[in-house]
Write a protein that binds this ligand. Structure first.
Ligand code: SF4
Ligand code: SF4
Length: 369
């Protein structure tokens, strides 16, 4: 008889070091962790150069505690999407440089050497690089609990996308802009890398709902959630957000193709996240997923989109969006060419000043609630 996977949920009211340490130690006990790993790579979510209080990136205190508890050498590394900024600015702003200065943790640039892989998603074969550092070190995955307009939630499986070195992520978006492809890619990439991932620990003390992953609503939840199997942890997190597997595209794809593993939940009594707001794209996914759509409606549904809009009164002209746009749809005077835009929302994700909003396209506004 196969053993059920375990997902642990433990209360952690805030980011005070003593509370975080206590919660992580409880998680390791509940999941019977043996710490046989050496020289690991901790992979946080370092999406943007934002301060910890913005709720966009994995909180540094979690990384500090892990660096103290875990035996052996600890590296911390992530590759933010295609930024022209120096990685040191991210480390500084996210609070990771300070952690490295007071613990044994070492910050690493994982952009350097990489190895090419091929995989099949949505009937197409795609080549992409994965950081060699991640392939030669066991990965301790530490995502932040957030929403995302293309994947609905970004948790453990999606966090591994950061192991593709920076700029290549944008190129992939340009080659394959459709959400269906992207969600299939997340599933297949996870399958490719899952044996390298030794543990998943989700920062759900402060989460982000609404139009995440960078400009949504920060919300207090007060838990850490963990497990050795990323799919089970993600499925559990979807449940506490009040979402079924069918509502989260990559979990829907995974469960249809590979079957959802059975798991048990250990630790504290989980609470449903109060008043959880899904991203604007969720109504579009719901319509597109209906199996009985007429051809006419299917044609229309494919044209429903969430589009980025630059709010020039909030813009600080940092040019992050201009630099990342894989379709070269943003001009130097920061205007978006709608004909070129592939709606990948990379600009929305990287804007450090919340100056890019998303809204439904004209057709979507007309049809959707
Ligand atoms: S303008 Fe934004 S959403 Fe459109 S292609 Fe460029 S980065 Fe992607
Ligand atoms: S919209 Fe955001 S990312 Fe783009 S230039 Fe303005 S502040 Fe920078």
């Amino acid at each position: 008889m196969s053993m059920k996977e375990k997902v642990a949920i433990v209360k952690c009211q805030n980011y005070k070091k003593a509370n975080v340490k206590n919660a992580i130690n409880r998680i390791f006990d509940l999941l019977d962790c043996k710490f046989s790993w050496q020289d690991i790579l901790i992979k946080p979510n370092m999406l943007s150069a934002r301060i910890p209080d913005d709720g966009v990136t994995t909180h540094p205190v979690i990384l500090e505690v892990l660096s103290e508890i875990l035996p052996g050498k600890v590296y911390i590394g992530d590759s933010p999407p295609g930024s022209q900024r120096e990685i040191e600015q991210y480390w500084e702003k996210c609070g990771y440089a300070e952690i490295a200065s007071k613990t044994k943790a070492e910050l690493v640039k994982i952009e350097g050497k990489s190895k090419m892989f091929n995989l099949k998603a949505a009937n197409r074969t795609v080549s992409f690089p994965v950081s060699e550092f991640a392939l030669t070190h066991p990965v301790f995955n530490v995502p932040k609990f957030k929403t995302h307009n293309i994947t609905i939630l970004t948790l453990c499986m999606k966090n591994l996308y950061g192991l593709i070195p920076g700029f290549s992520k944008g190129l992939l978006h340009a080659q394959f802009p459709e959400p269906e492809f992207f969600n299939q890619f997340i599933v297949e990439m996870y399958n490719l890398l899952k044996d390298r991932v030794i543990f998943n620990l989700v920062d759900a003390v402060e989460i982000m709902d609404g139009n995440g992953p960078a400009s949504g609503r920060k919300k207090h939840y007060g838990y850490l959630i963990a497990g050795k199997n990323a799919v089970c942890v993600d499925a559990f997190c979807a449940g506490i957000a009040g979402l079924t597997l069918q509502m989260v595209p990559f979990l829907k794809i995974y469960s249809a193709k590979y079957r959802m593993p059975d798991f048990v939940v250990v630790g504290d009594e989980p609470e449903i996240i109060h008043d959880f707001k899904s991203p604007s794209s969720s109504t579009i996914f719901k319509i597109q997923g209906k199996p009985v759509l007429s051809n006419m409606l299917r044609f229309t549904a494919r044209r429903l989109k969430i589009i980025p809009v630059i709010q020039h009164n909030h813009c600080k002209k940092c040019m992050e969006c201009f630099n990342i746009c894989p379709a070269k749809a943003i001009s130097k005077d920061l205007k978006i060419d709608r004909k070129k835009c592939i709606n990948c929302l990379c600009c929305f994700e990287v804007c450090p000043h919340k100056a890019i909003k998303v809204r439904k396209s004209f057709l979507a506004k007309f049809i959707l609630p």
